[in-house]
Design a protein around this ligand. Structure first.
Ligand SMILES: Cc1cc2nc3c(=O)[nH]c(=O)nc-3n(C[C@H](O)[C@H](O)[C@H](O)COP(=O)(O)OP(=O)(O)OC[C@H]3O[C@@H](n4cnc5c(N)ncnc54)[C@H](O)[C@@H]3O)c2cc1C
Length: 408
């Protein structure tokens, strides 16, 4: 290989480029990214950027080591011909590659029926989205409605309460974050938001959007009407694979990869980060996407290794880790809590400062842990999770820490 191209220029691509150099690849490395910015710290968009403690220019990621790459920023790849090994760039330009790393991440989803072109209605995925949201928040001091009770919606609500803004979360589920952290911690986090003045419309959806001069009127399924000066739609994201349709690669639900990050059926294409779905044999054989910051960086490095290693590549088998911050509470997760069939609500705690760790169990062993304000306990239980889910499997794994009776 003399030229490796990275499609997408987020954290997965940056860490992949670094790994190529660390491994001694001395050919051309070209990063093609749709956004004009240097790769930046995306999680800060809902936190420090929204509260104003950091500005867009503060978010640029540092690079470890010598990169020596050619940057094509503000350039969206529109197609790939995997037979000819060519990417289509704007203006009819073609970019040849010997190896391709797909790291185009994800895009914010919109809600059907939402007036997406109304300047009061926002999503939050990019710096440009954040700047646009801040502009609306600055122009209209009225109430804010957040549609979606997942991590992004909850973080935005927390940041806006820090700014003393009136904010309501509208969420389909009966508690916030239940799918991600389970019912017990979901209830605790719901109470936390309520205690910090976040208004909650739970078990509700938006039936109709009526743009009016005084604000956007949201007619909810619980027969209430919410009028907001700013609306943020935070209903999750979809893999950025539109440019890959017709390429012959399997892209339904993300770029489909084998355990080594190689795109199925392609020896010279790997994928990493939010866009990739791959089976992590540490948990099971089902390909999934993992939308976590740390995973994107680690997978970028693994994908670069696999591309250079070819047939000798090793499976990528991480313990996925995630964190969030809401109302001064740090939420940490490890493993795949959503795959748990049973829960041990109190692996550790509860103790002062809302400290608690919950375990998620499947087939008698841990599959995930989630903690509130418990970094030390999380280290311990993440190590135990890694031991119980060792890859390659260790013979006769016996729990080192007593796991108390689990509850469905
Ligand atoms: C508001 C917010 C808060 C978050 N908070 C947390 C958190 O607290 N903890 C956590 O673990 N994770 C968090 N995440 C998730 C985390 O940011 C992602 O998992 C991570 O950014 C994924 O990195 P990536 O490089 O795979 O994709 P991305 O960061 O999405 O980068 C992909 C890049 O590719 C570009 N691109 C897309 N299509 C093309 C194309 N056709 N051609 C060229 N370039 C293209 C995109 O513009 C983008 O710049 C958060 C995400 C958001 C949006």
């Amino acid at each position: 290989m003399t030229r490796i191209v990275l499609a997408g220029a987020g954290v997965a691509a940056l860490r992949a480029a670094e790994r190529l150099r660390e491994l001694g690849f001395d050919g051309e490395v070209i990063l093609v990214g749709a956004e004009p910015e240097w790769p930046y710290h995306r999680p800060a968009l809902a936190k420090q950027l929204l509260t104003g403690t950091r500005r867009p220019g503060d978010l640029a990621l540092a690079s470890y080591g010598r990169l020596d790459v050619l940057w094509r920023r503000g350039t969206a790849v529109s197609a790939v011909d995997t037979g000819r090994r060519v990417l289509a760039l704007p203006g009819g330009e073609e970019l040849r590659y010997d190896g391709l790393i797909i790291a185009t991440g994800a895009e914010a989803r919109h809600l059907p029926g939402a007036p997406v072109h109304d300047p009061r209605v926002h999503v939050l995925r990019t710096v440009a989205d954040a700047v646009s949201l801040q502009r609306t928040l600055g122009q209209d001091r009225g109430p804010v409605a957040i549609i979606g009770g997942g991590f992004t919606g909850c973080e935005i609500a927390s940041s806006l309460r820090e700014l003393d803004r009136e904010v309501t979360i509208v969420s389909r589920g009966p508690v916030l974050l239940r799918d991600a952290v389970g019912a017990y911690l979901g209830r605790k986090i719901t109470e936390l938001h309520a205690a910090h003045g976040v208004r909650l419309a739970l078990g509700a959806t938006v039936r109709r959007w009526i743009p009016a001069r005084g604000g956007m009127a949201l007619y909810l399924s619980n027969d209430k009407v919410l009028v907001a000066g700013t609306v943020v739609v935070a209903v999750g994201s979809a893999p950025a694979v539109g440019w890959l349709r017709g390429s012959g690669l399997s892209v339904a639900g993300g770029v489909r990869c084998g355990a080594t990050c190689h795109a199925l059926g392609a020896a010279d294409v790997v994928a990493a980060g939010d866009v990739a779905q791959w089976p992590n044999p540490r948990f099971d054989e089902i390909p999934r996407r993992v939308e976590h910051w740390l995973n994107a960086g680690e997978m970028g490095r693994a994908a670069a290794e696999s591309l250079l290693a070819g047939a000798g590549a090793r499976p990528f088998t991480p313990i996925p880790r995630f964190w969030s911050e809401q109302h001064g509470i740090r939420i940490q997760a490890a493993g795949m809590p959503s795959l748990g069939r049973d829960t041990v609500e109190l692996l550790a705690g509860p103790s002062g400062g809302n400290r608690v760790v919950t375990g998620f169990v499947r087939d008698g062993s841990l599959i995930g842990v989630v903690g509130l304000n418990s970094p030390d306990e999380m280290l311990k239980w993440t190590a135990e999770l890694a031991r119980q889910r060792a890859w390659p499997p260790a013979p006769n794994v016996v729990a080192a820490h007593q796991v108390p009776g689990s509850r469905r």
